[in-house]
Design a protein around this ligand. Structure first.
Ligand SMILES: Nc1c(NC[C@H](O)[C@H](O)[C@H](O)CO)[nH]c(=O)[nH]c1=O
Ligand SMILES: CC(=O)[C@@H](O)COP(=O)(O)O
Length: 190
């Protein structure tokens, strides 16, 4: 099991870019809300711990994980954000509905990452039972919301640096940093 080798809440602030100027959207599913609230708290707390001002974090709720796709799309279209995190918890029931919801959300969020310029981070638990969800939203395996927040910061930084590199015709270092000495100011969202 992948999480046996990695606690989802662990991160090294020395490896995380400066996030104080970034704005984040978080779209939260209301299905299994005891779990999704725990995931949201993990994400929010991690962003603030990485110096993102609380007023730069926008939260929207949607009914279920399938609606995360539309909610994220409208967040991208209407809000000035540098990354979006979608938070959901899908738990296997008696029927194949689980399979279709999980596949649909996965493909929908993938499509948004392909079709738009803003990174959308996939913080959707797809578990066999509630205990697995508890374990991954602040339990023994940590909090996937924390992991998603760190991923959102890193992807927002890559987007920012790629935009600057494009503007200055400069290659990016593997770390995502520019190769020019005086890193130019952040390119405002086009
Ligand atoms: N069973 C779960 C759902 N089902 C609801 C769908 O996500 C969707 O809201 C509905 O089909 C209407 O479009 N959603 C979850 O997030 N988690 C579940 O376990
Ligand atoms: C993912 C779902 O929608 C599922 O939990 C609903 O439960 P069931 O398959 O028993 O209808």
């Amino acid at each position: 099991m992948a999480t046996q080798n990695k606690n989802l809440s662990e991160y090294d602030k020395n490896t995380i870019p400066n996030a104080k100027d970034f704005r984040f959207g978080i779209v939260v599913s209301e299905w299994n809300d005891t779990i999704t609230e725990g995931l949201y708290n993990g994400a929010f707390d991690a962003l603030v711990d990485c110096d993102v001002p609380a007023q730069q974090i926008i939260r929207w709720n949607v009914p279920g994980s399938f609606e995360l796709i539309y909610g994220a799309k409208k967040m991208l279209q209407t809000q000035n954000v540098d990354a979006v995190i979608v938070i959901g918890c899908v738990i296997q029931g008696e029927t194949k509905h689980f399979d279709f919801v999980c596949e649909g959300v996965t493909q929908g969020i993938k499509d948004l990452n392909v079709q738009t310029d803003i990174p959308v981070i996939f913080c959707v638990l797809t578990d066999n039972n509630m205990q697995q969800s508890i374990d991954r939203s602040g339990g023994v395996h940590g909090n996937k919301g924390t992991e998603a927040a760190i991923a959102a910061i890193k992807m927002a930084y890559i987007r920012q640096q790629a935009s600057i590199a494009h503007a200055y015709n400069q290659p990016l270092l593997t770390s995502g940093a520019l190769q020019i000495e005086d890193s130019p100011k952040k390119i405002e969202n086009e």
